[in-house]
Structures are given as C-alpha cells and as structure tokens.
Design a protein around this ligand. Structure first.
Ligand code: GLY
Ligand code: MN
Ligand code: MN
Length: 473
C-alpha cells in the first residue's frame, strides 16, 4: 500500500531511511525457523535432475495485484519460485539451467534476478534483500539486479527447450521502476518467443513431481501450520455461542492463527451456518446464527508458506440434534474409510471411492435417496487434494506415495427444498483432516482436534478465555 499522504517530520523520515537500509528484510531478521538455504539449494538440483538435456526453466515472481485504487493485496510469492529460492519479494526471475552456463565470467546453473534496494521505497514498504542480500541469505551463487537483465546475456536459441509458465492477468505495473516485473517479462518474451502449451504442461508436471513429496523440513512447517489451525478450531469450539455471528466465528479462528505466528489464513475462512452450511466455499460470513444451526468451519493457517486445510462441523448451541448427528456420523464414518485408504500404492481416488461407498449406502438406509447413484446430489465434490505451499497443492494425482500430504474431506449437504423429508433440510456437514502417507498407517496430522460428536460436545461445554474477557461479542 502506498501511503503518500502521510505527513511526518523530515528527521523521522531520514531516520527511517537510515535504519531501513541496514540489515535484511523483517522476515529474515525475525523468524528463526525458515526453510534453510540448503533446502532451497537442493530443490533446483532436484528439478535439474528431471529437466531434459539442453533445456532451461524460467520462473517469475508473482505480480503485485491492486485491491482498490492505491491499495494492494497482501503480497504472496509464487509457490514454485519460493520453493526453488526462498525469496518472498516481487519483481524477480529465476533461471534454472540443465547444464552449467557462462554468465559474465561465471559458470553457473542458476541465475536469480531480484529488485534493487531502494532507501526511499524501503522507508515506505520495508526492507528488501537486493542482489547481495539474496546471495548471502538465500545462498544463491549468481544473483543480479532485475534492471540488469538483458535478453542477450543468455543464448536462448541454443536450448532445445525453454520452459516457463506464461503470466497472465492484471498486474500492478510500475513502468518507472527499472526492476518492474512487467519489464522483465517483456524483455524475456521478446527474446525467447517460443514455448508451447506442451512445454508448460511438462514444467508443471516436473514441479508437481517434486512438490507432491514433502521433504522433512517442509513437513515440520506443515505440522506447525496444522497445530496452529487446530488451536484455532479448538478455541472456536469453546467460545462458540448461539447468539454470535459467522464473522465472529471467523475472528476467533484467525485471532489464534495470528497470535501463534501464522502469516495468513491459507485461504478465505469458511464459516457457513444454517443454510450456508450447504454452500461449499461460502466466505462472506455475515449471517447471525440461529439456535439449532450447524456451522461448517473450514479454515487453516499458512505458516512460512505452508498451508493447513481443516474442517469441523459444529452445532452452534453445543448439542447436535438427532438428525444432525445421524448425518454427521455418516460423514465421520465415510472419512474414517477414506483415511484408511491413504496408503502407499493406492490410487489417488481410493479415499474418495471408499468415502462414497459409505455415503451411498447410509443415505439410502435413511431414505434420503432412493437409488445409490443419487448420492451425488448431496456429495458433489472430491474427497482429496494435495496440500503444501498451495492449499490445493501441486501433484500428479497418481498412486499415493511416501511423503504425500493429502486432505480427506467428505461431506453431505442437504439444502432446503431437497427431495427428502424436510427434517434433513439445511444440514450441511463436512469433516476434513490432513493426512501424511507413511510406510505404515496413515498419519492424521490434524488428528488431535475433537471430531466425534461426543468429543466436540465435550469441548464445546468448556469455556474459552475469550468468553471470560468479555469475549468477541
Ligand atoms: N478449504 C478448501 C478445501 O477444502 O478444498
Ligand atoms: Mn480441502
Ligand atoms: Mn478445506
């Protein structure tokens, strides 16, 4: 966000310039559990092992996007660039060569371009790494200023394939900034002028092959994101009251996420109560609860880039009705069946197929459907996706393998007007956990968050410190 209207004394401004021009950006100053340079160095090497001979892969930083007028969205790095470098700044480009290339006087197999340090800009928006800082902190051999990227410094034509992801869509373009991403892109595409959809598809497969298998350092951060998210869900169970609103439920979750150091919610938190429990990705969160509602709470924290994705469904008054419990128990059993299918060598859809079998039979037994195949009216999404740097993470959807982390998230949604007894209407239930594929039993990374109706009701009977302090209301 640019704050050109702030009026500050000149001495304060000068002091800010001085202090902002020393040291590294905040992230690197203050967080002590970031992924290491060794991790990020290992990833381009792993990519090189997959790249075909005589090829090069080029990655761009995410663009800065405008929210409104001169206010920008929170900046979020492109997950591939982050994975390969650890860089969190915009206006950057990474080039990974299959074979070492000469750039200036140096032979290198990676080349990173980053935005320059700029005391005036840093006084407004915070410290930048610059080329020297990136070299030191990220451990990348060859880092240059983005403004110095010249297409002719690389002999593009000699490569058999130049892989990259074309960047599309609106971006916040700063034509006066010589490091701006739009300039990098223009120079790059003028010089290469080739990349087929097949090449993009292949690059996306290479990145998926790498990212779908989590390294131990990544798992550590994922466990942290999931732990924080679980604390948010558990706090909400304790604090929830029937006279609250959906946005207050969201506030409690996100309060805990932020208090425990998560940078962002991993995706817009879903707090759908009553009729909104039947809307899969409901995010407006404005509705006041009514006594007797269920609320689907699908929310996860992002910690140092890694996402959690967890859903619990709660009765806002602390007690499931008989009908709510019947539907809940079907989803619970479907999820248990899905989790049991999370084993090495199983097809990616195995957890979904297992969950569907349970849901079909049990909806039929309750008379909610008359034919097994009609289950799809009430459960019309997939059960699993990979989880990692993206909430819907890169992966090939092939057979499950050691180190995959996937969600298992069956649901049943019965909106008002559905062709069944109205006693079932407005019951929406989803249960979602994050599961690590191991060499033995699946490990439910989010397994410590209450999940049976009995455990949820017991947790909801407790009080939160947020209630005692006058609470969020
Ligand atoms: N939170 C989005 C999803 O579960 O896929
Ligand atoms: Mn999910
Ligand atoms: Mn989710």
């Amino acid at each position: 966000m640019t704050k050109r209207f702030l009026l500050l004394p000149a001495s304060f401004f000068l002091a800010l310039i001085f202090f902002s021009f020393t040291g590294a950006p905040d992230h690197y100053d203050y967080d002590t559990d970031l992924l290491t340079p060794q991790f990020h160095q290992g990833r381009p090497q792993a990519l090189r092992d997959l790249l075909p001979d005589s090829s090069v892969a080029v990655f761009f930083a995410s663009p800065v996007r405008t929210r409104s007028n001169d206010v920008e969205y929170d900046y979020h790095q492109d997950p591939n660039l982050f994975y390969l470098t650890g860089l969190c700044e915009p206006n950057a480009m990474l080039i990974v060569f299959k074979e070492k290339q000469q750039v200036d006087t140096m032979f290198t197999n990676e080349l990173l371009f980053v935005q320059d340090r700029d005391p005036k800009e840093e006084a407004w928006t915070g410290k930048r790494l610059g080329a020297d800082g990136a070299k030191q902190l990220l451990g990348i051999d060859k880092v240059l200023s983005s403004k110095d990227f010249s297409p002719s410094m690389i002999k593009w034509k000699k490569f058999h394939t130049v892989f990259f992801f074309p960047l599309t869509g609106e971006m916040n373009d700063h034509p006066d900034d010589p490091c701006d991403l739009s300039l990098l892109l223009a120079k790059f595409s003028n010089s290469t002028k080739r990349n087929s959809n097949d090449d993009t598809e292949r690059l996306s497969e290479y990145m998926a092959m790498l990212r779908e298998v989590k390294q131990p350092e990544e798992l550590e951060l994922m466990r942290k994101a999931i732990l924080i998210s679980g604390d948010g869900h558990t706090e909400l169970m304790k604090a929830l009251e029937p006279d609250m609103t959906e946005y207050q439920a969201q506030a409690i979750l996100e309060f805990r996420f932020k208090m425990e150091g998560a940078e962002f919610p991993a995706y817009p938190s879903i707090c759908g109560s009553g009729e909104n429990s039947c809307i899969l990705h409901y995010t407006s969160n404005r509705r006041p609860f009514q006594d007797g509602d269920l609320i689907v709470v699908d929310a996860g924290a992002e910690y140092h880039g890694y996402c959690a994705d967890i859903t619990r469904t709660l009765p806002v008054n602390g007690k499931f009705s008989a009908e709510q419990k019947q539907i809940y128990d079907i989803v619970y059993d479907a999820q248990q069946a899905g989790i049991q299918a999370c084993r090495i060598g199983n097809e990616f859809r195995a957890p979904h197929n297992a969950a569907v079998e349970v849901i079909k039979k049990r909806l039929l037994a309750l008379g909610i459907i008359q034919n097994e195949e009609d289950y799809i009216r009430y459960f019309f999404h997939g059960t699993s996706h990979y989880l990692g740097l993206d909430v819907h993470d890169a992966g090939l959807n092939g057979r499950l393998a050691l180190g995959n982390v996937i969600t298992v998230e069956p649901g049943i949604y019965i909106p008002a007007g559905s062709p069944c007894d109205p006693k079932w209407w407005n019951i929406g239930v989803r249960i979602e956990d994050d599961v690590l594929i191991t060499s033995g039993d699946p490990e439910v990374l989010s397994g410590n968050i209450p999940k049976t109706t009995t455990d949820i009701e017991a947790m909801m009977a407790q009080k939160s410190y947020l209630n005692e302090s006058g609470g969020p209301r």
